[in-house]
Design a protein. Structure first.
Length: 424
């Protein structure tokens, strides 16, 4: 049994859905679990719908829902000339229930309502994809991840109950392979013990593939993307990128931690626990081998990898009485940052200063200054970039720091991290 995950770009329009069918035709007779994301930018649109509902903006809510309905209807009209196919009824029912939600009071728990609405994107795409595969002659069934993946009540980022999920897989999912070769299900979503929908966090469809693979003891996982595999850097920020042919689970976790965007950070661990290889392959050119992530670390050092984070802000904290920064201060600073959900990309301390790096898009520097002004003098520097180099040498450092001023750097045996600003 293999697990395939197709993201939003790989099911974004009728041509993309047809391409999924062509890829699956290469695996005739094999047992496949197909995890699909919402189509194109559907998740973003559903987040706007949640916001309109929260604001009680009826006209905006209905306009957004109508636009999203029209988007999916146009895809179905292209894929299914005959409207009597059941998928039209399934999609119509989802949108009718979505429209009805506005008549109900918006709950106090925003995250709960977010999950009930935003999860609909994967339901829509999975219905459409499975129906098209059936029309193309594949032996296929549709499976509801909300009946299989059990989580706690942490809405918007549910934590998986692995034992219960494995039990539900054995009871409700795996037996269906006696009837079909392919089961199409949804990424990103799960359910509580009462049956309320939860989501696993943004980009959680990769994680879903890892969950299904772990619980079903799958042979492998393949994530189909619009890239040839994992590259050693983002082509937007780095010239002459190199494809990584094979890296270890450990290396993939390191790269994910530092911000590499190809693989969701939670995806790797369940696969590592059972030694299930993960392939990153191109849905554009299916004959390319892509990248394999597996247990062996023998190839990790062969190619330096670069992770860039742009538009960073470096904050420096100093106590107002110029005393040393000690554990009590650090505890206080971390607690305040946690309360405003600030995610630290890098930190460093000296006797009198503690410095952190944050994404400018997620914080207002003036609000951070205000938050700490009672006890600390806070200074900050904007317009910075953070580059992390795995398996660096001096030549790679010189390459990325050319025409840059380095404000802060950290080095270990395998990793160099530099905070830089354009010179001039």
């Amino acid at each position: 049994m293999k697990v395939f995950k197709f993201g939003g770009a790989s099911v974004k329009d009728p041509a993309a859905v047809r391409n999924v069918s062509r890829i699956l035709s290469l695996y005739g007779g094999e047992k496949l679990i197909i995890v699909v994301s919402a189509m194109g930018k559907t998740t973003n649109k559903l987040e706007e719908i949640v916001k309109a509902s929260q604001n009680r903006d009826h006209d905006m809510f209905m306009e957004l829902v109508d636009d999203l309905h029209a988007f999916h209807s146009q895809i179905m009209l292209d894929l299914f000339p005959e409207k009597h196919i059941a998928v039209y009824n399934n999609v119509q029912e989802i949108f009718e229930k979505l429209r009805e939600r506005f008549s109900e009071a918006f709950p106090d728990n925003y995250s709960f309502e977010y999950d009930q609405i935003v999860s609909l994107g994967e339901l829509l795409s999975s219905h459409i994809v499975s129906a098209f595969l059936f029309e193309q002659g594949h032996s296929v069934g549709w499976a509801d991840a909300r009946k299989v993946i059990r989580t706690n009540h942490h809405y918007q980022e549910g934590n998986v109950d692995w034992k219960k999920t494995t039990d539900l897989m054995n009871e409700r999912f795996t037996p269906e392979f006696q009837k079909v070769d392919i089961q199409v299900t949804q990424g990103f979503i799960g359910h509580t013990d009462e049956g309320f929908t939860t989501t696993l966090g943004r980009e959680g469809s990769d994680y879903t593939a890892g969950i299904f693979a772990f619980c079903a003891n799958a042979e492998s996982v393949t994530i189909w993307k619009d890239v040839t595999g994992m590259l050693n850097a983002d082509p937007k920020w780095f010239d002459n990128t190199i494809k990584l042919e094979s890296i270890s689970f450990k290396e993939a976790i390191e790269l994910s931690y530092y911000g590499a965007s190809v693989i969701h950070p939670k995806t790797i661990k369940p696969l590592q626990n059972k030694g299930i290889p993960l392939y990153v392959r191109s849905f554009i050119d299916v004959h390319l081998e892509g990248t394999v992530i597996q247990s062996s670390m023998e190839n990790d050092h062969l190619v330096p990898s670069f992770i860039f984070k742009m538009d960073q802000v470096l904050f420096s904290f100093r106590t107002r009485d110029f005393s040393f920064i000690v554990e009590e201060n650090l505890s206080d600073i971390f607690e305040r940052l946690a309360n405003v959900k600030a995610k630290i990309n890098l930190m460093q301390n000296s006797a009198l200063n503690f410095s952190i790096l944050l994404d400018r898009s997620k914080v207002d520097p003036n609000e951070i200054v205000e938050l700490f002004k009672d006890s600390y003098e806070v200074r900050y520097n904007e317009g910075l970039e953070l580059v992390t180099i795995r398996h660096y040498d001096q030549a790679t450092i010189e390459r990325v720091t050319e025409n840059k001023d380095v404000l802060l750097q950290q080095k270990s045996r395998q990793t160099a991290r530099l905070v830089m600003k354009d010179r001039g």
